[in-house]
Write a protein that binds this ligand. Sequence first.
Ligand SMILES: O=C(CO)COP(=O)(O)O
Ligand SMILES: [Zn+2]
Length: 214
Amino acid sequence: MTAPLDDTTARVLLVRTARSLFTRGLTHGSTGNLSLRLGDGGLLLTPTGSSLGAVQEADLSRTDLAGRHLDGLKPTKEAFLHAAFYRARPDARAVVHLHSTHAVAVSCLDGLDPANALPPLTAYYAMRVGTLPLLPYHAPGDSALEPLAEQTARSHHAVLLANHGPVVAAATLEQATDAIEELEETAKLYLLLRGHITRPLTPEQAAVLVPTSP
Ligand SMILES: O=C(CO)COP(=O)(O)O
Ligand SMILES: [Zn+2]
């Protein structure tokens, strides 16, 4: 396992990653939020209402593991969701939530399997994401979702919020970003392939490709 990040390193990494995601169009406007678990057990999060393309290191918020604000600007309204993932997954050190277009489009489809919203179309999807539970629609920031999110996160590092977008936890921010980008590309493939007879990986082919994130 990698060493916990100190506050300065964590701020630089969070801002650099936020900018990279925003400039590559993986979330827009003031949507999306990122967090890291710090060495002291607290969380460092992007502030609410900020563009991930413009967020500054000094703007970041700190909360405890219950999502309670400690210092910095007011945290993302999804702080409760990030905190639920960290409580459920002791090895997780990073959580990323985006409004990436294709994953959001899939989250709006009727008739999705709530146990697994996307099929394993490719090996990389099976390796980086695995299964993707669909959590029922709640308004952004509605902490009524917290108990179900925490329970689901115990067995899954990635979830799709209905009519909203993906949330992914991992041991590092690089791994969380890698997985959420794979999720977005697979959602795009899934939409491209709708109406075509498609052969996803078989359960046996997918089963040997164990997801690499905690
Ligand atoms: O994506 C978002 C809500 O789901 C953005 O909210 P925040 O600006 O509070 O982070
Ligand atoms: Zn959101």
